[in-house]
Design a protein around this ligand. Structure first.
Ligand code: DAH
Length: 353
């Protein structure tokens, strides 16, 4: 600021100058430099007010009063101008960044669970409600666990049913069923308490693999859910009651079931359970091949040799086991006529579930 004497007149002149300078401050940057030029610590108005002491004593009160008024006035003018500038700048950015809200949105592709996962989760829920734990076992097995310990000796004809993917290591294979998990679960329980192994109640889900020619009816992989209960005094009545209860929870309270004698090396006696065809209600249709019944699982009392191989003394313990295939159930339920859809990854198929 040029050297000016301190008088009310110079103060007024300075004020007029400040106000007109403010009017020409067009953006927030100019506004800020205006503020520091006049009202900042080194601003000319501020400096002028500091020099009140240079006035004769009697003029000081009037000068001070006017000076305070002016400060308030200038601050108010500054705020008003700041408001105008902010609004203008906002308008400008809005105009620059304008989007066309009439453009249609891009749809988000929503995923969903694979039908096998959906039915698996339902089955877990049912078995969990019935007091079974979910037990996971490995997909890659040894011949010993997949067959021998389950009472399939080498070259036993029952192996014929389960065309197997062997690896270059002669003993290592992809499990052909979830049953080897029975042995693993039993051995794990026995390891925890060898003298008095605890009772077992597990549901054992997972992918199984068979070296099949792929056709509408057979795939090289599919899901099974195995079940195993081992304990004292478990009888065939427990097996039947439990599986009938499962069928009612799965297929509805009125679901009728029947058991047919069957053969598996790892159970004795063995059976297969059918449910009344849920498509035709038992009258006979193409899904049940006019029989009125659908086979859904194999089951039986755990063979004493298998209990023994698991580490449970067959003189003290008994147990039952069952195994069901999932994709087959889904095919029956939804009348899916080709099993290859399950792993074909065709969205048109998957989106229907
Ligand atoms: N593992 C048999 C299969 O894949 C199914 C099965 C039958 C499992 C009877 C069982 C059972 O636990 O008791 O063909």
């Amino acid at each position: 600021m040029q050297d000016q004497s301190v008088t009310i007149q110079t103060l007024e002149r300075l004020t007029t100058e400040a106000l007109s300078a403010l009017e020409s401050a067009a953006d927030s940057k100019a506004l800020e430099s205006w503020h520091s030029a006049y009202l900042g610590r080194r601003g000319s108005v501020t400096q002028m007010l500091r020099r009140v002491g240079e006035l004769p004593k009697e003029e000081r009160p009037a000068f001070g009063r006017r000076a305070n008024e002016i400060k308030v006035e200038l601050e108010a003018a500054y705020e008003a101008q700041a408001g105008v500038i902010r609004a203008a700048e906002m308008e400008k950015t809005l105009a620059e960044g304008a989007i066309d809200v009439t453009l249609p949105g891009r749809p988000v592709a929503r995923g969903r669970l694979h039908p096998s996962t959906q039915i698996l989760r339902r089955i877990y829920q049912i078995w969990a409600d019935m007091g079974f734990q979910i037990y996971r076992s490995r997909d890659v097995e040894t011949d010993e666990y997949n067959f021998q310990l389950l009472n399939f000796p080498p070259h036993h004809p029952a192996r014929e049913m389960q065309d197997t993917f062997y690896t270059t290591d002669e003993d290592v294979l992809l499990r052909t069923h979830t049953s080897p998990g029975q042995i693993r679960a039993m051995r794990e329980a026995v390891a925890k308490n060898p003298d008095n192994p605890p009772p077992i109640r597990i549901a054992l889900p997972g992918m199984c693999f068979r070296s099949e020619q792929i056709t509408a009816r057979s795939e090289v992989q599919f899901n099974q859910v195995e079940g195993l209960a081992v304990g004292i005094d478990i009888t065939f009545a427990d097996l039947k009651g439990t599986l009938v209860d499962f069928a009612r929870r799965m297929f509805g309270q009125n679901a009728r079931t029947r058991f047919r004698a069957s053969y598996f090396p790892f159970t004795e006696p063995s059976a297969e359970m059918d449910v009344e065809c849920f498509v035709c209600g038992g009258e006979g249709c193409s899904v049940c091949k006019q029989s009125g019944w659908l086979e859904i699982l194999g089951c039986g009392m755990v063979h004493p040799i298998v209990l023994q191989n698991g580490g449970y003394d067959p003189r003290r313990y008994t147990g039952y086991a069952f195994g069901m295939g999932l994709e087959r159930q889904l095919m029956l339920r939804y009348k899916i006529d080709d099993i290859r859809y399950f792993w074909g990854n065709d969205a048109r198929f998957l989106e229907q579930f």
